[in-house]
Design a protein around this ligand. Structure first.
Ligand code: APR
Length: 239
């Protein structure tokens, strides 16, 4: 039996499947990953831009980066991996999809109840008073200010050094306890707390882990499917 066939039968037999997606699922929609090739912007590492310290130091630079990301994502389309997951979730039930991506491509593919672990590119959030709202501006010639407290407001994403929202954290905890199988797609497995919950599920609950990633990552899976997401997800999720 091939790894693909094995994975298909494991997924078919599972009562609860937790799907965790990372930047890799959106690369074939034209959105670069954070690490590796394309992981730098104007010589800055994502970690230096996507952090409270980076924003405090240079909000203009950070907003220019997010403006470019919004522009890129606004032109991107969900790919066949996003679409196949959305259709599978509707047909099958028992699937929870949690994503580290802020691009909302899962939602645009028709995925419902996606847990946006790292927030959304299409929101603004004030770090001072926590006021959050939807926002779709592609550029801010003048830095945006919070409508409530007038502080310079930032993008509605969870940065390095920031805690997940309570509801996301709760979903991550619960799903990782309940899942018979975790399917990870396109993540380096380096970012906490998601990576920690995956490890805990494996070591504490002996959860089967299927990992889709064309290259080696920090994830030690039961089955490694070394493919690009678009090459394998449609087949993996077909009836
Ligand atoms: N299909 C599947 N996986 C792919 C593909 C593809 N077509 N292309 C690349 N990958 C894999 C890479 O090999 C890499 O292991 O996707 C992974 C992307 O890793 P990261 O860029 O680290 O993305 P992720 O794990 O989601 O972590 C990014 O960190 O910067 C923060 O909060 C930010 O959510 C973001 C997180």
């Amino acid at each position: 039996m091939s790894d693909l066939q094995k994975s298909r039968s494991i997924l078919q037999a599972a009562k609860k499947v937790m799907v965790i997606t990372g930047a890799g699922i959106s690369t074939e929609s034209g959105i670069p990953t954070f690490r590796g090739e394309g992981g730098y912007w104007r010589g800055h590492r994502a970690e230096d831009l996507a952090s409270p310290e980076g924003f405090k130091k240079n909000p203009r630079l950070v907003w220019d980066w997010y403006g470019e990301r919004r522009t890129l994502v606004s032109k991107a389309q969900p790919n066949v991996a996003h679409l196949a997951l959305a259709s599978w979730s509707k047909r099958r039930g028992g699937i929870s999809l949690l994503t580290q991506n802020v691009d909302e491509l899962h939602e645009r593919a028709g995925q419902t109840d996606t847990v946006l672990l790292h927030g959304s590119l299409w929101k603004n959030r004030c770090r001072k008073c926590k006021f959050e709202h939807r926002a779709c501006e592609l550029a801010y010639p003048t830095l945006p200010r919070c409508k409530v407290c007038n502080e310079i407001t930032g993008p509605g994403v969870i940065w390095f050094g920031e805690a997940l929202d309570f509801s996301s954290f709760h979903a991550l905890n619960l799903c990782s306890i309940e899942a018979d199988v975790i399917l990870t797609i396109g993540t380096s497995g380096l970012v906490s707390p998601t990576a920690d919950f995956i490890k805990r599920a494996q070591t504490k609950y002996n959860t089967t882990l299927i990992n889709v990633n064309p290259t080696e990552s920090n994830i030690q899976a039961t089955i490694e499917l070394r493919y690009k997401a678009t090459e394998i997800i449609p087949e993996l999720t077909a009836d």
